[in-house]
Write a protein that binds this ligand. Sequence first.
Ligand code: ACO
Length: 325
Amino acid sequence: MTFAKITQVAHYVPEKVVTNDDLSKIMDTNDEWIYSRTGIKNRHISTGENTSDLASEVAKQLLTQADLAAEKIDFIIVATITPDSLMPSTAARVQAAIGATNAFAYDLTAACSGFVFALSTADKLISSGSYQRGLVIGAEVFSKVIDWSDRSTAVLFGDGAAGVLLENTGEQPLIIAEKLQTDGNRGDSLRSGITDLETPFASKSYEQPALSMNGRAVFDFAVRDVTKNIEATIESAQISREAVDFYLLHQANSRILDKMAKKLDVPRDKFLQNMQEYGNTSAASIPILLSESVKNGIFSLDGQTKVVLTGFGGGLTWGTTLINL
Ligand code: ACO
């Protein structure tokens, strides 16, 4: 049997920090509203780097930490909904930037669930025995798709990237249990990147080029459906919720985490949190939290820790992987 293992983690965010007070100078908002509603204090915002620049920094760090030549990488998956371009993909740009000449590369679009979906996919690529090593990265420059005149969404998001090196050196399964879900019928509650159908043969304008979100609907979806998904995933592994060491969830809103912890009857401090520093970085949020936690010594990659990774967002998409780290 071949098992995938996360052997390295890394993250990279743009240097510029934008505080809630900074935002209150350019729109009608304030620190008290943002922090009490979301738990967010700061976010990092790009002053020039695009999504592939952030992802390439992560890829370089992963290779340096592993002392691994780029040619040894078999695949690169970048989860993003803010690619530099649709063609070439962000992953192809990363492949070129690091010189991973033997790797195939593609982007995966599942909004804030993107990293969890990508990790599940990459695990299968490796545990099938077909590939030995891959990079799985979540990367977003969300600042370029935000409607900066809409205070109800502009204050929520940040830019960043993070990822893992996955290798075929595991002594146990990486994923103990997983459950990935999508409900396209509720897709309209989160939308971005809509392109008008304007051709010599058609004329259809959607009048909504920037990000739009029904915040209340997404909040309720997260608390209800995503909590059930976590519960079902843990149950299917036939372990107790106490046996899970840490819960690393998409960093959208601290009040969502409060409610989930209560519903699941799990101590709130097992739900790690860093949205105060980064805001909602979509597909990058879970790997940034994972990388920071390892770098801060909260847990290590020694195979002894059981962690829930849960993403939720546009699509609607949501999903959990319960993993051995
Ligand atoms: N500053 C000050 N006031 C504001 C701001 C702001 N930035 N934004 C909105 N308000 C005002 C509104 O205008 C409204 O005023 P009114 O009562 O006079 O009309 C009031 O604050 C309340 O607005 P609500 O939208 O009802 O606020 P709510 O308490 O629902 O919080 C929030 C909004 C934070 C967006 C919340 O709904 C939320 O976090 N939802 C979940 C978002 C999420 O999880 N997204 C994850 C997926 S993202 C992805 O996949 C890309």
